[in-house]
Design a protein around this ligand. Structure first.
Ligand SMILES: Nc1ncnc2c1ncn2[C@@H]1O[C@H](COP(=O)(O)OP(=O)(O)OP(=O)(O)O)[C@@H](O)[C@H]1O
Ligand SMILES: [Mg+2]
Length: 261
């Protein structure tokens, strides 16, 4: 019998080097990270520090140059239904409807009736009832990302990887989508790993915020967020986390700047 303990995600001493004609690029340097089942981990770091590379390795889309990644007892070497990923751009098939795009994430072995019921459950999970037959171009950016989230969840993964999923959305839609992800996480209790440039988003959602160094990416600090959810972004505790993470990036000298804006 499998227990939830089997689904700990273990990133162990992972280095990733890309070989180019002009030389090699070390994207990640000896990263180790354990993520517990049902945990929400946010990752922040400068552009190019290897955040997407880390998610792509966890997804099994790339292989590690050194080290290894395990989910439970399984060594990750290729994509599988136990992991789902949402990308910055929605990556929907433009000629397929909402339902068809979501159905794309389910293994073909399901019976038709069961298949349709699972798809409909996921349409409802992301609040897209009434839009089942819409094509992607008939949806707003936020709605398209809801479809992407449903498609990533429909195969019932243990781990959902979110790579700056709301980067292209306006500030208000983004906040609304953060609330949606929180609701889905609280309901589904999946392990979630969110890469974001938005420090507030990282604090609002994460049990922990992983702060990465510039390339080659290493883990610079791990900040445990102990605030109860839903979190109040204007509370002094929230501000204090924000200050701590800003200081990780910009150092003491930028403290005045942070509080004068
Ligand atoms: N397929 C690839 N081939 C060669 N180099 C790559 C490849 N993918 C990523 N890199 C390099 O690895 C480094 C890390 O890239 P990555 O996309 O992981 O950064 P990131 O932290 O996600 O950046 P951003 O915040 O801008 O999305 C970069 O220097 C990038 O050029
Ligand atoms: Mg990236």
């Amino acid at each position: 019998m499998t227990t939830t303990l089997d689904h700990v995600l273990r990133v162990q001493n992972v280095t990733k080097r890309f070989e180019l004609d002009s030389g090699s690029v070390v994207a990640l340097d000896n990263i180790s990270l354990d993520v517990q089942p049902g945990e929400f981990v946010s990752i922040v770091g400068a552009s190019g520090c290897g955040k997407s590379t880390l998610l792509r390795l966890i997804m099994g889309l790339e292989s590690c140059t050194a080290g290894n990644i395990e989910l439970g007892e399984i060594n990750i070497s290729k994509p599988s239904v136990d992991r789902g990923m949402v990308f910055q751009e929605s990556r929907l098939l433009p000629w397929k409807t909402v339902t068809e795009n979501i159905a794309f994430g389910i293994p073909k072995s399901h019976h038709k009736k069961e298949h349709n019921a699972i798809v409909q459950q996921h349409v409802e999970l992301v609040g897209l009832q009434g839009f089942e037959q819409a094509l992607p171009h008939q949806l707003s950016g936020g709605m398209q990302q809801r479809v992407s989230i449903a498609r990533a969840l429909v195969g019932r993964p243990d781990v959902l990887l979110l790579d700056e999923p709301f980067g292209a959305l306006d500030a208000l839609t983004r906040i609304q989508m953060q609330q949606e992800v929180l609701r889905i996480w609280q309901r589904e209790r999946k392990t979630m790993i969110l890469v974001t440039h938005d420090i507030d988003e990282a604090i609002y959602l994460g049990d922990r915020v992983i702060v990465m160094s510039e390339r080659p990416g290493t883990i610079r600090n791990v900040i445990q967020i102990t605030l109860a959810r839903p979190r109040d972004r204007s509370s002094s505790e929230f501000m204090s986390y924000r200050r701590e993470i800003f200081q990780e990036f910009f150092g003491e000298q930028k403290k005045t700047f942070v509080f004068e804006i």
